[in-house]
Design a protein around this ligand. Structure first.
Ligand code: NAD
Length: 488
């Protein structure tokens, strides 16, 4: 209807400090109602070309600013986002389907912190120097920004993950062309509105909206973009690697996971159960770090399962803007169907679904009947070879299986193609160290989950990625290093 189309939010690309309309647009859905509520530019080569040109033009001035000057601008931007925290949180929840509580307490505060963190860390890096007195020389390293950084981010933690790339890239003196997910572009567009006020010079941050196939690939293939930082699926990363190979681009790839939780007999279940529920179902299970294989030692298996399922049933699914809701909507109808299909496959293989999808009934408020909702689902009696135990589901579905020995569980935990994050639950400190050492996983959390110090490396092994991000790691990725030798 007319009234309906009038209410649509229409986004524009942000190039050289200006909002510019695009010739065609993509519909963007509100996942909690199923309505189209926003139109996102369907950018392609032309728009990417303009953005790269603007970023190249801004590079000489931005890269020659001192770290302190850049730091002050990043801090200002952090303050401005924080000032509008509630508006950003509302927008993120509406656009992505996540609960308003999650957006308010995790997504937007972290986006603010990403800028503050890199505003600070950029001031503290030092380079190396070594001497060779016997031949009368010294060597030192010098680091310079690389140029125009291409940044591509996914839909699950939209502003959180995009700023985790923009902040270090510009702190180091690069200029950027960013492409958020076409499904969650609104908060990136809102951030663009604050850049000028923060003092970010025109062309330093350019945002081009659109699909991966058109806008994303144009960025990956652009000869003047020497580095790509990508967070998303392993399949897309393979494509990006192929497409960028002719240009020998520098790549940072943060990909999917099939993360195990290992619960030993001596675990403190009063801590383990609520945390493992969160690690399985937080943000609808749409976090790359979410647990989806829970290995429980035989002695406590039935007790764990009973308590875990009873608690999972208490998670309230519904309107994301209701602050009492724990589980919002999944990102899209297609994704919901995909997640559901895993549960069906598990059942067909003879696994048991203890709660959630197909077992309990989902009651939704009136306005949300067409939203993409699903109950937290717990699967058991599932084989390690099952696709539910091997593939990333990326929804509120977790599998619980029993194990007997430490040796056995390490082998089973490692027997997937991914290697992003693991949790280990035990009160035996020696065991915790032993197991952590042997897990093929970029991150191991023992007796906790999602506690992060941004100073330390973040990233995955095996099919979960290449490279690490963090204070020092992002600095190394976003700068070029040169070794200079001086003979005296
Ligand atoms: P995706 O790979 O489909 O898309 C990610 C981004 O890449 C989007 O912006 C998309 O438009 C773009 N893209 C798609 N095809 C492209 C192409 N050919 N060239 C260039 N860009 C292209 O992933 P998604 O579905 O948006 O996100 C979910 C995935 O992201 C999951 O696998 C999840 O585990 C992963 N993820 C990983 C991390 C991490 O830090 N390791 C964090 C969050 C999400």
């Amino acid at each position: 209807t007319m009234a309906h189309s009038k209410a649509l939010l229409v986004l524009e690309n942000f190039i050289a400090g200006k909002f510019v309309p695009c010739s065609s647009y993509i519909d963007s859905y509100n996942p909690s109602t199923g309505d189209v509520y926003c139109r996102v530019p369907d950018s392609g080569k032309e728009e990417v070309e303009a953005a790269v040109k603007a970023a190249k033009a801004a590079f000489p001035i931005w890269s020659s600013k001192s770290p302190l000057e850049r730091s002050q601008i990043l801090n200002k931007l952090a303050d401005l986002i924080e000032h509008d925290l509630e508006a950003f949180a509302q927008a993120e929840s509406k656009d992505q389907g996540k609960t308003i509580t999650f957006a308010r307490t995790i997504d937007i505060p972290r986006a603010v912190y990403n800028f503050r963190f890199f505003a600070s860390s950029i001031l503290h890096h030092t380079t190396e120097c070594t001497e060779m007195p016997t031949v009368g020389c010294m060597h030192y390293t010098s680091r310079t920004p690389v140029g125009v950084a291409g940044l591509i981010s996914p839909w699950n933690l939209p502003l959180y993950l995009l700023t985790w790339k923009i902040a270090p890239a510009i702190a180091c003196g690069n200029t950027v062309v960013a492409k958020p997910s076409e499904m969650t572009s609104v908060t990136a567009w809102m951030m663009c509105k604050l850049l000028e006020k923060a003092g970010v010079p025109h062309g330093v941050v350019n945002v081009v909206f659109g699909t991966g196939a058109k806008a994303g690939e144009a960025l990956v293939c652009h000869p003047d973009v020497p580095l790509i930082s990508f967070t998303g699926s392993t399949l897309t990363a393979q494509r990006i690697t192929e497409k960028s190979a002719p240009h020998c681009k520098r790549l940072s790839l943060e990909l999917g996971g099939k993360n195990p939780a290992i619960v030993f007999d001596d675990a403190d279940l009063s801590q383990c159960i609520p945390t493992t529920l969160r690690s399985s179902f937080a943000n609808q299970g749409e976090i790359c770090l979410c647990t989806s294989r829970i290995f429980v030692q035989r002695g406590i298996y039935s007790e764990f399962l009973k308590r875990f399922v009873a608690e999972a049933k208490k998670w309230k699914v519904g309107n994301p803007s209701d602050p009492t809701v724990d589980v919002g909507a999944l990102i899209s109808k297609e994704h919901l169907e995909k997640v559901r299909s895993y549960v069906k496959k598990a059942q067909a293989e003879g696994a048991r679904v203890l709660c959630g999808e197909g077992v309990d009934s989902l009651v939704l408020p009136n306005g949300n009947q067409k939203g993409y909702f699903m109950l937290p689902t717990v699967i058991t009696e599932v084989k390690d070879e099952s696709c539910c135990m091997q593939e990333e589901i990326f929804g509120p579905v977790t599998c619980v299986v029993a194990f007997d020995t430490e040796e056995e569980v390490i082998e089973r935990a490692n027997s997937v193609k991914y290697g992003l994050a693991a949790t280990v639950w035990s009160s035996n400190v020696g065991r915790v160290h032993r197991v952590a050492q042997r897990l093929q996983s970029g991150l191991v959390w023992t007796n906790c989950w999602l506690l992060r110090d941004l100073n330390l490396p973040f990233g995955g092994m095996k099919a979960s990625g290449i490279g690490r991000e963090g204070a020092k790691d992002s600095y190394e990725f976003f700068t070029e290093v040169k070794t200079i030798t001086i003979k005296h």
